[in-house]
Write a protein that binds this ligand. Sequence first.
Ligand SMILES: Cc1cc2nc3c(=O)[nH]c(=O)nc-3n(C[C@H](O)[C@H](O)[C@H](O)COP(=O)(O)OP(=O)(O)OC[C@H]3O[C@@H](n4cnc5c(N)ncnc54)[C@H](O)[C@@H]3O)c2cc1C
Length: 363
Amino acid sequence: MTTTKSYDVIIIGAGIFGLSCAYECSKRNLSVLVVDAKKIGSGASGGILGAMAPYTPDQWHEKKEYQFQALCSAEKHWKDVEKLSSISSGYGRIGRICPIIHERVYKLALSRRKDAKKNWGKFKWDVIKKHELVSLDAAPYGLIYDNFSARIYPSKACHSLAQACSLNHVEFRENTKVTDFDSNTIYGEWGKETASSIIIASGYEGFDFIKSYFPITIGSGVKGQAALIDIDLRDMPQIYANGIYIVPHSDGTTTIGSTSERNWLEPYNTDFQLHELIKRAEDICPTIENAKLIKKWAGIRPKARRREPLIGKIPRSDSIYLAMGGFKIGFGIAHEIGISVADLIENKPNRLPKSYTIEHHLE
Ligand SMILES: Cc1cc2nc3c(=O)[nH]c(=O)nc-3n(C[C@H](O)[C@H](O)[C@H](O)COP(=O)(O)OP(=O)(O)OC[C@H]3O[C@@H](n4cnc5c(N)ncnc54)[C@H](O)[C@@H]3O)c2cc1C
């Protein structure tokens, strides 16, 4: 199928990064086509965890500031999206508790209270003695509590955002794999489409897709597995302990996540590592013991080589942009990434931290 229509922007990939770019471009009255090899939200973004947690409030720098502003503006962003789409994203600012297991961390946590006052404004970082969700054995030095962290339900958020985009006249084409691209055209077995700007937001598969533009491997995929359980903790804070998240959702379910696997063969299967994770989560939070398992899920996180998101105009091109590398924090920053990429396209100043830029990843 070949058409003669040309768009302002074509976006390759309908995950949270691609959808966020589409939403922002559509708000700026740009005509947008989003294509996905599979379905909307069928990559890493179609998951079930959705923690939106800040960096620690000390040693402040531009990367922390960018994420802080994103986590602040997320509340209004998702409210606007839900209002337009009439679909819940599951967003909620529920806070977070982190058990403390070393005296050193306890002292550090106490000292960070004043950093939060300085850098987090109205949001609080505190140390509490205990919490009803966490076993005393798991938190011998108490817990860090913050009222800044939020949660979202990733797959629902993608559908809410896609619907908002459609209502803003964004066009979608699913089951449309892009096999090649140049400055203004994307190609596939289905034909080709043209646009003034192209945004590559193709998740971990995108790293392979763009490799001819880079002298080094610019990123890879890190697998994660998570489990959805039937226990209603929706008014409780999320828990983060030793790499494990327990995230209560607004629909009365709770997610345990995630494994972090550099070596994997099967992207979407789950295995014994998830069961070990669930067991460790139950030791921390006995309330979830015996909760019915609703669903197991696995996906591949896009991790750029220097761990930070990879955002900007591709080298040797005037019109191809990257919006990739969300890794473990994609949902907290995606809407700001959408704004930054749209700013780049429109040649406006943007607030991207240096560590997100392509130049930084090539250093
Ligand atoms: C288990 C797990 C838990 C996670 N937990 C959290 C969390 O708690 N908080 C958080 O913020 N983040 C979390 N993440 C990370 C988050 O999911 C990612 O940062 C985010 O989803 C990345 O979004 P993306 O749009 O870049 O990629 P994706 O969602 O993977 O989207 C890329 C899309 O591009 C499409 N595509 C690829 N190649 C092509 C092609 N050639 N042509 C057309 N389309 C193509 C794919 O089909 C896919 O739909 C987690 C990830 C996993 C796996």
